[in-house]
Design a protein around this ligand. Sequence first.
Ligand code: PRP
Ligand code: URA
Length: 207
Amino acid sequence: MSARVSDHPLIRHKLHLLRERATEPKKFRELVRELGTMLAYEATADLALASVRVETPLTSLDAHRLAERVGLVPVLRAGLGMVEGVWEVLPMAEVWHIGLYRDEQTLRPVEYYNKLPVQPTVDVCLVLDPMLATGGSAVATVDVLKRRGARRIKFVGIIAAPEGVRRLSEAHPDVPIHVAAVDTHLNEHGYIVPGLGDAGDRQFGTA
Ligand code: PRP
Ligand code: URA
């Protein structure tokens, strides 16, 4: 499976600002939030609907409401910045936190926090992480979610490397990958090129 890369002009515009080295943390956070809203809108285009009778001030009609409960799974730290944006379009979504960092030498994900429910309480999980680099963090997150019984999972990111798309697709072919861009490659330190640098550091002003 390949990634579903948005070609929406607003997403492309915001992505160029996000990549720009001179974009300061306040603006960077704003862009991550806004991209979260737009990417979630695209990633939820196939959610199931149920019929509902609605009384308007003038008459009544058969309309539609969402039939699926959605849970957001931000991967700490960088995924946190996407939550507020996704909540703009899914205000009822539960949020389950998982904390992973990449070991700088091995590039393997290390789990340090897990607030996922033991039983799934939603129908669809959106894993939120701006960066899909080697894919290790995303695969580990989906592994944990599936062990906890999650059935329908989607990955929503901002920039992916081809290596990460391949690894996540091979490990979890049932998980669609929604991103704003797939860049050219990873460098020797596991950073996405051209990328945007370290998404966590740029949001939180750390270095
Ligand atoms: C970043 C990013 C992903 C991970 C992607 O997190 O937010 O979680 O790297 O890399 P991978 O695909 O090779 O696993 P990082 O480990 O830098 O932690 P942070 O969010 O706390 O900065
Ligand atoms: N994590 C980031 O924040 N940036 C990258 O380029 C790769 C992993």
